[in-house]
Design a protein around this ligand. Structure first.
Ligand code: TXA
Ligand code: MG
Length: 331
């Protein structure tokens, strides 16, 4: 376990981005901002560094990682793109879309990072700090969300520090992230498949493809026992406090995660209230989601509240990813 490291928190300026690239080259573990959530990065081609990510996060090692690269040209060195994958990459990169593609023959990414699969998940992040870091480093950086496995994903550098202090080398603080939920993952299989709803709405992807995205089967493929998106564990993004969905009223002493401006019976007796978006804006709600879950969890623990009640959120656009994360938080 990589406990006992001194974790440096640094501003994401040019000097520290250069230092971060050196840290990656030396096999270090580094948290950095992307537009979706903070990632915990390591050199994708260095198996020991990749193993360090699994240790620092306490992550089950069957769960493969996303390779982050600076641009499409770099992506084409590690995976094979067909016409459909190219169309998606050209429409949405850089941005919150991850493509699962067949590995290139000479793919340099460590087997441990892809959990022995012959496919690889790739994304080109849009955040200027992530982009500068990837350019300075030159190679692919594997990066899961920078939290202890199963916890709420980090949307600020302070969230990263509270989970991973002493377990990683460095955190680049680029301020709060913009999107707030992880990238959308599309499997570029014979039938393109939405493996994880995320920061790019399904509808936008379907418009470019000119067809609808399939949903993954509920059961893992029985021949290999390998789930299509192995990280989609039922319980994930979990606060310590119980989460109650589709609340139509607040019970005395519950904390409330609200959405929209409709009045809610019992709200005056809530232990704490945060509103994802008073205006009912799903983008604003996605940005606030993980930070508010962390804050309400802390408030509930401090006040002895037994439960975080969550108001319904519409399921279109970014609402699909928000509801996916809320369901996993409630398991
Ligand atoms: O927005 C994001 O995607 C963030 C930032 C840091 O880029 N990263 C992120 O990574 O969410 P992580 O490790 O928390 O989630 C990666 C997901 C997991 O569900 C994993 O199982 C899936 O990607 N995945 C990775 N490689 C795969 C593959 N070859 N086939 C299917 N799913 C894969
Ligand atoms: Mg994660």
């Amino acid at each position: 376990m990589a406990v006992g490291l001194t974790t440096r928190m640094s501003p994401a300026d040019a000097a520290h981005i250069a230092e971060a690239a050196r840290c990656l080259r030396a096999g270090g573990l580094l948290a950095f901002p992307t537009e979706t959530v903070y990632g915990l990065g390591a050199d994708a081609a260095n198996p020991r560094a990749v193993a360090g990510i699994y240790e620092a996060k306490g992550r089950p090692s069957f769960n493969p990682l996303i390779a982050h690269v600076a641009d499409l040209a770099a992506a084409r060195r590690i995976a094979r793109f067909d016409a459909r994958a190219l169309a998606l990459a050209e429409a949405f990169w850089p941005g919150p879309l991850t493509l699962v593609l067949p590995k290139a023959a000479d793919c340099p990414v460590a087997d441990l990072a892809t959990a022995g699969l012959d496919t690889i998940a790739i994304r080109v992040p849009a955040h200027p700090v992530a982009h500068a870091l990837l350019q300075a480093f030159g190679g692919a950086v594997v990066a899961p969300s920078a939290n202890i496995s199963g916890h709420v994903s980090p949307t600020t550098a302070a969230h990263v520090l509270s989970d991973l202090d002493g377990r990683i080398d460095m955190i680049l603080d680029g301020g709060p992230v913009e999107v707030g939920v992880e990238s959308t993952i599309v499997g570029c299989f014979d039938t393109p498949m939405l493996l994880r709803p995320g920061g790019l709405p399904r509808e936008a992807i379907e418009r470019v493809l000119g067809q609808s995205l399939a949903n993954p089967p509920d059961e893992p493929a029985s021949d290999t026992n390998q789930p299509l998106a192995p990280g989609m564990l039922a319980s994930h993004y979990a606060p310590r406090t119980r989460v109650r969905l589709l609340a139509e009223a607040v019970n005395p002493g519950e904390a409330l995660l609200a959405f929209g401006s409709a009045p809610l019976p019992g709200i005056e007796a809530a232990a704490a209230v945060l509103n994802l978006s008073e205006q009912g804006d799903l983008g604003e709600a996605a940005t606030n989601l993980f930070g508010y879950l962390r804050a309400l969890d802390a408030a509930a623990i401090a006040s002895g509240a037994s439960c975080i009640a969550v108001m319904p959120v519409p399921n279109h656009g970014l609402g699909e990813a928000i509801n996916d994360r809320l369901r996993r938080a409630a398991v």
